[in-house]
Design a protein around this ligand. Structure first.
Ligand SMILES: Cc1ncc(COP(=O)(O)O)c(C=O)c1O
Length: 427
């Protein structure tokens, strides 16, 4: 359970009193609070699910790229799945070995490819090819510096979008998505790879979507990937070292019990064994499931508003908006919202909204004390929260506070509004 209430009814995360943080002028609200201990436990449980078999948990840095988070996960043996040169540099700075980094993305820039090829003794673990057109580009960059670039082919297995059962914006493994090489084109990609001299195919990858609340679509996509690898291995598999079934493991945003990350690994391992491919390392790329439940976004109530005409409604206007947490506006995601003090008996439905001038800046209806709470916590905000935050409407990026075992480990305060003013005052 990521948050708990102490005997006095105050909400805690990682053993730290959240109201104390919300009121602390050193941070200010909106403030993300992350429990590094909780993230560490997630990583440990996932590592254990491999039962010593060769594997890599390549944490998807885009979910939460804060240094303390990356360092905590690296300490548990995680590698990284990055999608930009900046994420790659950050992962290296946080102690992740180049060999343990894979680089995804449909339009990697030349300097980003150069970085991936040049870092470490032999470049990063794999550049994940998302198109046939990328192959000659990687070949040219690697040839220019006299190195062999290790690559994997990201297969788009063309799973029916309905089967993916997730929001359209986070479904990536269907045939209208821009991601990956369509499975029907894999033969052509292998032909193109055969013509290269400085590119070595070391893996096959697929990532078909996010926030899966059952293992079915993941299992089906993994099976499709294993089938492909089995069929091409004899001819193209000499240098293969891994198969990567991607991330997408869902978390419980309050809608009920769902599989644990280890369950996704179990179905992938079973499929891998059934396909006779268990001599290859199994890579997975979880983002959300390692960090999502272990972060909250604290917000202070700015004012309550009541519409009295028509259908009366109570609005709770808080100082966090879609610029701080975009998921509700982008994916119609619902996050639970609770008061930082125990809720008494006197409750009322509140429509919780942010200050941004967009109707989509709306966190939905939540039952909260009828006397407006001073501050609230938006739960399960550890993934795709801060990393998607913006300064829209001249609002500074939120504070971030990192806690572990009952104390604040490190924090970054919210920037002063004048910083934005100075930044935008381009002469
Ligand atoms: C290539 C790739 N791998 C991994 C992930 C992580 O997904 P999740 O956070 O759902 O585990 C993503 C998410 O967009 C992705 O695009």
């Amino acid at each position: 359970v990521p948050t708990t209430r102490d005997p006095g009814g105050r909400l805690r995360a990682g053993g730290v009193d959240l109201l104390g943080i919300a009121l602390d002028p050193r941070y200010g609200t909106p403030a993300y609070v992350y429990d590094l201990g909780g993230m560490t436990s997630e990583a440990r449980a996932l590592e254990a699910a491999f039962e010593g078999a060769p594997h890599l948990v390549a944490y998807a840095v885009k979910a939460n790229s804060a240094g303390p988070v990356l360092r905590a996960l690296a300490a548990e043996g995680c590698g990284a799945d990055v999608v930009s040169g900046a994420e790659l540099e950050l992962a290296l700075l946080c102690g992740i070995h180049p060999e343990r980094i894979v680089f995804s993305g449909v339009a990697k820039l030349d300097p980003e490819l150069d970085l991936a090829i040049s870092r470490g003794q032999a470049g990063i673990g794999a550049i994940q090819l998302e198109s046939i057109e990328e192959i000659p580009r990687v070949e040219a960059r690697a040839t220019a510096v006299g190195r062999i670039a290790r690559v994997s082919a990201r297969v788009n297995p063309g799973v029916e979008r309905d089967m993916l059962g997730t929001h359209a914006h986070i479904a990536t493994g269907h045939d209208e998505a821009k991601f990956g090489i369509p499975k029907e084109d894999i033969g052509l990609a292998l032909d193109e790879l055969r013509r290269t001299t400085h590119v070595q195919l070391v893996g096959f990858t697929s990532h078909v979507g996010s926030q899966f609340t059952s293992t079915d679509a993941y299992e089906s996509a993994a099976r499709s990937l294993f089938d492909i690898v089995r069929s091409v291995r004899a001819e193209h598999g000499r240098a293969l070292t891994f198969i990567d079934t991607g991330g997408g493991f869902g978390i419980d945003y309050g809608e009920g019990c769902i599989p644990r990350p280890a369950d996704f690994v179990s179905v992938a391992r079973a499929g891998q064994r059934a396909a006779g491919l268990d001599d290859l390392a199994l890579y997975v790329e979880p983002g959300r499931s390692l960090v999502g439940a272990h972060g909250v976004l604290l917000a202070t109530t700015v004012q309550a508003k009541r519409t009295r005409s028509g259908e009366s409604r109570r609005w709770l206007m808080i100082d966090a908006g879609l610029n701080d947490l975009l998921r509700p506006a982008l994916y119609q995601a619902r996050h639970r919202i609770v008061g930082l003090l125990a809720h008494g008996e006197d409750l009322a439905p509140w429509r919780v909204v942010g200050p941004v001038c967009e109707s989509a800046d709306d966190f939905g209806e939540h039952v909260l004390p009828s006397t407006p709470p001073h501050a609230v916590a938006i739960l399960d905000a550890g993934a795709y929260g801060y990393t998607m935050a913006s300064r829209y409407n001249g609002r500074p990026l939120p504070a971030e506070v990192f806690v572990r075992d009952g104390r604040v480990v490190t924090a970054r305060r919210r920037a002063p509004a004048m910083e934005w003013v100075a930044d935008r005052n381009i002469e």
